[in-house]
Design a protein around this ligand. Sequence first.
Ligand code: NAG
Ligand code: NAG
Ligand code: NAG
Length: 313
Amino acid sequence: MADSLLLMVWTLILGFALPANDAGGLLEEAAGPTEQHYANLGVPEVVFSCPLPEGPPAVKWKVNGTSPGLSTLARGDGSLALHNTSLDQEGEYTCHETATGRVLRRVHLKLGYPPEKPSVQCRSASYPSVNCAWSLGTEPHLDTSFFSTYRHGIEGEVSECVQPFSGANSCSIANMEMFSVSPYILNVTAVNPLGTTTSLFIIFLDQILKPDPPEDLKVSPIPGERKKLHLEWKPPSSWLLLEYFPLKYSVRYWRFGSRSSKTTRATEETSLVLTGIRPGGTYHIQVAAMDFLDNGEWSVWSSPATGTPWMPE
Ligand SMILES: *[C@@H]1O[C@H](CO)[C@@H](O)[C@H](O)[C@H]1NC(C)=O
Ligand SMILES: *[C@@H]1O[C@H](CO)[C@@H](O)[C@H](O)[C@H]1NC(C)=O
Ligand SMILES: *[C@@H]1O[C@H](CO)[C@@H](O)[C@H](O)[C@H]1NC(C)=O
């Protein structure tokens, strides 16, 4: 403890007292702030200049504290050229006065790509809210943030499409105007140190509607009926305005051991009697939901439930 304190004091004294042309690590630490530099991966050449000291222009470059590799070229004017940039060339580049080791410039290099246009997908699991998410085709290797806004109609005011946290790759609009003829236009802008790219995505609520699957599917035998099964389910709980926007349902079923499935005609009811069941057979059953007015898509199938028809004792 006492020793390290002493060392600290010494370091401070030396740091102030040593003349500027003395070699050594202490002075490297005392050099100016690190500059952050970003460059595109794969560019043929990145050049760092070095502020030449007075006197004979003798400087040398280091990367991460050691001599740079073959993909770099130290030039007569003191600059350093990096060729065919690749990720392993990232690091801290320092230009030193050869005679003293003094650091003349310190650059931290990070390589990557400007963001590509985000590819956007939107889905509504219920009127009137929409969730959108996006991704980039190529990994940019650099921190990339996203900003999302929307307009209702070309002339509409710009509002925020709310992201779960700042910069996230998804957003939601809680209260879209239903049955509006003017489209919603989503603007997703990706930003990183090498560039900014915007995707515009037109949202038609009636096209992106896709309910969640129905829930709580129950299959039961009907007493006295050897060839029938009774089914019952609940609408997806995420579907908010059932009174105004009814759903229709379709049932898919197949007998255990059989390869083919059958699908029933769509119904608005949340129960159904399956007929034509093979006595003693075990059946797997799934149900899917869709907006009653045929807007958007069918939900995925619910997870299967299993049942067997009634059997006489
Ligand atoms: C850089 O890549 C190009 C094309 O791939 C090649 O012709 C050239 O020799 C490379 N240069 C260096 C310094 O590696
Ligand atoms: C410098 O160090 C970093 C981090 O350890 C490493 O990823 C990078 O490849 C190194 N750069 C060079 C040119 O050796
Ligand atoms: C999209 O949003 C960005 C930033 O949020 C903005 O700079 C840009 O002008 C917008 N583009 C359009 C076409 O609205």
